[in-house]
Design a binder for this molecule. Structure first.
Ligand SMILES: [Zn+2]
Ligand SMILES: [Zn+2]
Ligand SMILES: [Zn+2]
Length: 263
């Protein structure tokens, strides 16, 4: 199973419009960050996690030829506003793309993007996307996908575990029941945002403190703001690093028994 970080940036992207700070004006290409999303590839199937505002650019950059399913973490704009760009994949392969998410997330998508789902709208167009509510582990193309409920400020988001890989973007807390789903990870990609605290996101220090008990083999901090320089990752504790756009990983164990812990 291959994992590609399509976007490693916070909601504004980096550079942020109008800003000339040291992060936004950095010459290091690893400090150019599109909005957070990720691609999982396994046995010829492409699973997208979130349709970021930058989806079109990300898909062109990475040469993504098809999307077979989308997992939505939550409905904040930076994670869903690229949904319109999924139409191109549907036009080519003519298949309805299943979209998985919590009831709350799907309700927001169906309200804001009804024209893509064409649910009972009488338009005569066929649906391009099919909403599928998830609240427990489910099978997808031979993989077991485990939704991991996360605190995201005063809201909730879903992380996803697939085999020994987990993606926890946009979180400010992980309850014990969710921690139990995250043992034995080969790779953890987790929200780290910035150096200073934020009510809706782990900052770097909090992300490290929250995930250290899990002892993942490798932990990558993502959803980064312009306050963070990629090169500063050299000062992180062993096993921790910053994400950058286009980073890829090969996950050796795509099958996981951790779903047995699901409460
Ligand atoms: Zn976000
Ligand atoms: Zn800036
Ligand atoms: Zn969010």
């Amino acid at each position: 199973m291959k994992v590609t970080i399509l976007g490693s940036g916070t909601s504004t992207g980096v550079p942020m419009v109008g800003c000339n700070c040291r992060g936004c004006s950095s010459d290091d290409p690893r400090d150019k960050r599109t909005r957070a999303s990720l691609l999982v590839q396994h046995q010829g199937r492409n699973i997208l996690i979130d349709a970021s505002t930058d989806l079109r650019f990300q898909a062109l950059r990475e040469g993504i030829g098809r999307i077979d399913a989308v997992l939505f973490t939550h409905s904040h704009a930076d994670h869903v506003n690229g949904i319109d760009d999924l139409r191109g994949f549907h036009f080519l392969h003519k298949e309805i793309i299943p979209c998985f998410g919590s009831r709350t997330t799907l309700d927001t998508l169906l309200t804001g993007f009804r024209y893509i789902f064409h649910e009972h709208d009488g338009s005569g167009y066929t649906p391009l996307l099919q909403p599928q509510e998830v609240d427990a582990p489910f099978e997808l193309f031979g993989l077991t996908v485990i939704p991991v409920p996360l605190q995201h400020g005063r809201t909730t988001a879903l992380g996803f575990r697939i085999g020994d890989f987990a993606y926890l973007t946009d979180c400010s807390g992980i309850d014990p029941s969710s921690m139990a789903l995250l043992e034995g990870l080969e790779l953890l990609v987790v929200d780290g945002l910035r150096w200073n605290p934020h009510p809706y996101h782990f900052n770097i220090e909090e992300a490290i403190a929250a995930t250290a008990p899990l002892k993942p083999a490798r932990t990558v901090l993502t959803h980064l703001t312009h306050d963070v320089l990629f090169a500063e990752g050299a000062g992180l504790p062993p096993g921790y690093e910053f994400a950058c756009d286009g980073m890829t990983f090969h996950i050796h164990n795509a099958c996981s028994a951790a779903g047995g812990n699901y409460a």
